[in-house]
Design a protein. Sequence first.
Length: 341
Amino acid sequence: MADMSLTLGEILSDPRIRPIAPDAIRARDLSREEMWHKTLEQLKKEHFGGDLSAGFDRLFAAAESGAWYYPLYTDDECAIEEARKGVSIVWFPSSDKLADERPYILLVPGGGFVNVWNLTEGWPVAAQFNRLGYHVFILTYQVSGEKCLLDRNMCDFARALEFVRKEKSRFHVQAERYITCGFSAGGYLVSLWNTTEKGYAAFTLPKPQATFPIYPFISPKRELSGDNPETDTEEDLKEDFRLYGCTAWEAVRQAYEIPEHAEGFPPTAIFLAAGDELVSPEHSKMLAAALKQMSIPCRLEIGPEGGHGFADGTDMCMAGWTERAVRWYESRNPVQTSGKQ
């Protein structure tokens, strides 16, 4: 078990995890922040939910295997578009004998479209899914650029899935079968991936077997004030174009408005906590209502208390959500063994 008396800086400076350490929280230089000098015990008490130590244990075990970190763009592609640098998947295989028979999980941490929180919503959550018998790939995606970030994120998704398909023998996965799980902004991305206009169908890739959006942002429309686009500030418009390539008022008439373009969704399990002040629970309720109307299986679980960012749920009201998610999936899709030895 990771030494809780070690500081975050001491752990992230370990050469074994050098490739991914800068993206513990993508686009933030943690060495310049106070948390760099705090121990895991202090961080657990003062800052983060979830089991950071379990995440680090699993990360180091993966790194020591010698095959765990895979950049998704070549050096030449990164030279053309610098935002692609660091876009990667981290491979956490499960030791469960039946994991090869189950879909793998593509795990997408959140971060408000400006960061990717592998530290809390990536490594610890993947460790839980591993214990539950699922292979996991953790996606670090693009968060910078001036225009059409969400479309570029869909390209990141496609690149990740195509890479796994190409290397399926190495990873012991069935390339056509996968589950997506995303948090907050990552919850929006896994949902956008389910729209036929922007996601898997547009890239002629397989549909997910299921999706688990966790306290997701879902509806740009819900965040618009009034009905007059002329009230948008210059800063609003800059952010709109960074995300959508158009104004938010135009985006809600496209697939970016998820509830109105949800016909391509697979079975969906949504988890969030009441009192979420960062992303209103109404987003999740809107998605659940849309799926119900379309007769798409959906499970909606709203914890009785707490807010945003519960990550793997350890020591919180949402403890065990990962198990409830996969057991719900398995209740609909019992494992069919192939007889492989």
